[in-house]
Design a protein around this ligand. Structure first.
Ligand code: GLU
Length: 303
């Protein structure tokens, strides 16, 4: 497969979508990004990376990091996590409180904010430093030792984090937090603030295309666990538009409000696309269009 040629074709075809939608504004530091940015990268199983547009420019990963936190929590602590968080699509916005009340403080899945807070809490218990665990993993898999937390984004998010604080306190009341809420929130905000490029993220997502094998050849997840993480990405990874994403793109994918989306073709490659303009559900407009075009042009999908 000539990925470079495909990426160039994709970029040309979706150019009219770039700039559509609106960058996230509820975290003020995210609203400062140029809405005309677009980048896309593919990392193959051997770690060769191809890219187009702004594929080497760092952006705010936000919820994309939830995939890596989940993988690490499963790798370090196994199945016990699933007693505290479900794995069904929520059908609700990612920061919604309502479902948590009638489901007794057990979030629907690890990719809505409530579920991700439980994962962070679990990783904190298992490692003593959840956000550094995620950052170290991302540095190792991307081969980029310069990856860092973005202090400005983390501070901006903490200053406007009342909704996440409400979710965490609510779950604590139901007995679904093991660490102090301020500690969990701090690690969650740090984790979301990590800045990475499409290149970095495509490389970091490669372990999911390699059925759980890390860049150095060691195993993070069993083949079965890698399948499970990919399955949760497919059903829950793109907010309450996961059905439409599966219909259009046909791949496990995880988006973030920074405008990035990571997608996986098991046994083939990992992809990352970034463009900050979001649709009403929180997914990058040009990003979804580009992945849609990629799977249409190549015929590669999980279906
Ligand atoms: N840090 C963001 C929040 O908690 C992540 C949201 C997202 O990317 O979905 O609101």
């Amino acid at each position: 497969m000539n990925y470079q040629a495909v990426l160039e074709q994709v970029a040309a075809d979706i150019a009219p979508h770039i700039g559509a939608g609106r960058p996230a504004e509820y975290i003020p530091a995210l609203a400062e990004v140029d809405p005309a940015s677009f980048g896309m990268a593919v990392a193959d199983l051997d770690g060769r990376v191809h890219g187009v547009g702004d594929w080497e420019r760092p952006f705010s990963t936000q919820s994309i990091t939830k995939v890596f936190a989940l993988a690490l929590a499963l790798a370090r602590g196994g199945d016990e996590l699933w007693q505290r968080v479900g794995r069904e699509p929520s059908g609700n916005p990612f920061n919604s409180l309502v479902q948590l009340e009638y489901e007794n403080g057990i979030p629907r899945n690890p990719f809505i904010n409530a579920g991700a807070l439980v994962v962070t809490d679990r990783l904190q218990t298992l490692t003593g430093d959840a956000s550094s665990e995620v950052l170290d993993f991302l540095r190792a898999e991307s081969g980029n030792p310069d990856l860092a937390f973005d202090q400005k984004v983390a501070a901006s998010e903490a200053a406007h984090g009342d909704r996440n604080a409400a979710l965490a306190h609510f779950m604590a009341d139901y007995g679904n937090m093991r660490n102090p809420v301020p500690t969990v929130l701090e690690h969650y905000f740090w984790q979301c603030s990590i800045a990475m490029s499409c290149r970095d993220l495509a490389l970091a997502g490669r372990f999911l295309a390699r059925h759980g094998l890390r860049a150095d050849g060691s195993r993070l997840l069993t083949r079965s666990e890698a399948k499970q993480v990919n399955a949760v990405m497919l059903t829950c990874g793109t907010y309450d538009a996961a059905g439409d994403f599966a219909y259009r793109v046909g791949l496990p994918g995880k988006s973030g409000v920074g405008g990035g989306i990571v997608a996986v073709i098991p046994g083939q490659c990992a992809l990352c696309v970034w463009s900050p303009g979001l649709d009403a559900r929180g997914n990058s407009v040009a990003g979804v269009a580009a992945l849609d075009r990629f799977t249409t042009l190549t015929g590669l999908s999980v279906f």
